[in-house]
Write a protein that binds this ligand. Structure first.
Ligand code: FAD
Ligand code: SIN
Length: 533
């Protein structure tokens, strides 16, 4: 198969890019590949909303920039922060033009929410199901755009570079070039190659590396692992964000999120004794940035020997709560929690990857002809900790910038020829006899990451994690060599790579900053640096 523009991922990043590119080049073909059904993405589960300076009589770009920089704890790229904050509102307007309906107040103005680390109310939302509404609007627009083809249930295994043509490719090879991807078509069970001069990775996050996560099953870090295998640059993977308030529901995965917007509207965190503990940790109390709130909760749970703390919403006006948070109200009620009468049990859960595939201000990766945006990319916006609701914004801004770069260079872009790209070489031929081996290894990986690479880290834990990952890696590579590839095996392999990158990043970072907190190196270093892997 061949296409003019190839997009991997049908979340906000992939679809935004696909729409812009398809509309600009109506005679060219845009193919969007997605591994399950088209709307099964992290995007669909976004709750709180999308941050943007909307009401300039109360808010300003300077304030949003400042809040982002403070949350990022010294490691944001300030030029990138400025780009995202200033270009963001225009991207949100485009989404509104596609039909996304954000909530309005009685006067007809957008009802702006607030979350941790934000000094102003600036978050546009659709109830507590903002992502679902955005994904709906985007897919609806895609359906009207004739030159976009969505190919669902196709699992991208690897990006194709000159390595597949027999050339030696190492980390120091100049001009590693992407020629397309190898895809396991789950409809036919065949591995196909899709060639393109321009590929965009929008493969999302990697929360499934952890036992407890808000991320759906698709979030297995595939794009990051593929780029790492192709010798591209990955950075800052140690900054895994734990959302402070996932619903504590043992045995249920992924964890249901209780949006930070609930705290923005006045929800109060309490420990098992009913104490509103956040005031002991930060003057911003329940609305401090996420790294601080998650660490405070972790500390309270460890001190009390409990597995959760509580979110108190009993003082809310019932009608208002149901109006803003109908999904949360319904979910809690379904498990016997009436939020007007009971405390909501919550605990931190792996939520977002701040690092990822290193990209520049036009979403270009270190591999030629390969762009990346959305959660799989590391643009420099988030630094050591992402400010709430900046992720959807970043995805749209960089999808647009990738498009701008491609549009500006379309005339002169060199069409790389590396000879005939070979078909996929099947290594293993037997079917995995024991699927349990894969599911068991996945559980082991998730335990290693949760136990040793959680909110609080130590050197010994990192060392242990690396040793255990080594063994899992060896066993899984053996399985990969001898059995037929399956999405489950590829995802396990990708998650082990992601786990390795998180541990490696954490080992190199001999300090505590933002989301990376190592009790053996409790202070911040004077040297501000990205860890490039
Ligand atoms: P995704 O939306 O995750 O899409 C990834 C796509 O890549 C999917 O289509 C998937 O099938 C495809 N894919 C992946 N690997 C492969 C492969 N190997 N082959 C083929 N296809 C592949 N952020 C905010 O800014 N505000 C919020 O309110 C907010 N709330 C959130 C709530 C929850 C519960 C979660 C989990 C996240 C939340 N986030 C929020 C974060 C935000 O939703 C994500 O960071 C963002 O949606 C990521 O978008 P994306 O397009 O990069 O990836
Ligand atoms: C939330 O709604 O609390 C999640 C927002 C985010 O991850 O940015």
């Amino acid at each position: 198969m061949q296409t003019d523009f190839l997009v991997i991922g049908s979340g906000i990043a992939g679809l935004t890019f696909a729409l812009k590119t398809a509309k600009h080049f109506p005679n060219k073909k845009v193919m969007v590949i997605t591994k399950t059904q088209s709307d099964e993405t992290n995007t669909k589960y976004a709750q709180g909303g999308i941050a943007g300076v909307w009401d300039e009589s109360k808010d300003s770009f300077e304030k949003h920039i400042e809040d982002t920089l403070i949350a990022g704890d010294g490691l944001c790229d300030s030029d990138v922060v400025e780009i995202v904050v200033k270009e963001g509102p225009e991207r949100i307007r485009e989404l509104i033009n596609y039909g996304a309906a954000f909530d309005k107040d009685e006067q007809g103005n957008y009802a702006l929410g607030r979350e941790g680390g934000h000094s102003e109310f600036r978050i546009l939302h659709h109830k507590d199901v903002t992502g679902k509404e955005m994904e709906r609007a985007l897919l609806n627009e895609v359906a009207k755009t004739k030159n976009i083809e969505i190919v669902s249930h196709c699992f991208v295994i690897d990006i194709i570079t000159q390595h597949h043509l027999g050339y030696l490719v190492t980390k120091s090879t100049q001009n590693i070039t992407c020629l397309g991807v190898y895809v396991l078509n789950l409809n036919t069970n065949q591995i196909e190659k899709v060639l393109s001069n321009t590929t965009l990775l929008a493969t999302g996050g990697c929360g499934q590396a952890y036992r407890t996560t808000t991320n759906p099953k698709i979030a297995t870090g595939d794009g990051v692992a593929m780029v790492y295998r192709a010798k591209g640059r990955i950075e800052n993977m140690e900054f895994i964000q734990f959302h402070p308030t996932a619903l504590y529901e043992p045995g249920i995965s992924p964890s249901f999120l209780i949006t930070e917007a609930v705290r923005g509207d006045g929800g109060i965190l309490r420990n098992k004794d009913g104490e509103a503990f956040m005031e002991k940790y930060d003057e911003r109390r329940d609305l401090a940035p996420r790294d601080i709130v998650a660490r405070a909760i972790d500390n309270e749970m460890k001190k009390a020997g409990t597995e959760c703390v509580y979110l108190d919403c009993r003082h809310f006006d019932k009608e208002k709560f149901i109006h803003h948070f109908p999904n949360i109200y319904g979910k809690c009620l379904s498990i016997g929690i009436d939020v007007m009468q009971h405390l909501i049990p919550v605990a931190p859960a792996a939520h977002y990857s701040c690092g990822g595939i290193q990209t520049n201000e036009f979403a270009q990766t270190s591999i030629a002809n390969l762009y990346a945006c959305g959660e799989c990319a590391s643009t420099g916006l988030h630094g050591a900790n992402r400010l709430a609701s900046n992720s959807l914004l970043e995805a749209m801004v960089f999808a647009h910038r990738a498009f701008l770069h491609i549009a500006a260079n379309a005339e002169t872009a060199a069409h790389k020829e590396f000879g005939n790209v070979p078909d996929w070489k099947t290594l293993g031929t037997s079917h995995p006899r024991e699927m349990i081996l894969i599911t068991q290894s996945l559980k082991e990986l998730q335990s290693i990451m949760s136990d040793y690479l959680g909110i609080v880290r130590t050197d010994v834990r990192l060392e242990r994690a690396m040793k255990r990952l080594d063994l899992l890696f060896t066993e899984t590579e053996e399985l990969y060599r001898t059995t037929k590839v399956s999405p489950q095996l590829c995802e396990l392999r990708n998650l082990i790579t992601v786990g390795y990158l998180i541990v490696k990043g954490a080992e190199f970072r001999k300090e505590s900053r933002g989301l990376h907190y190592n009790t053996d190196h409790p202070n911040k270093s004077d040297l501000l640096q990205d860890i490039i892997l």
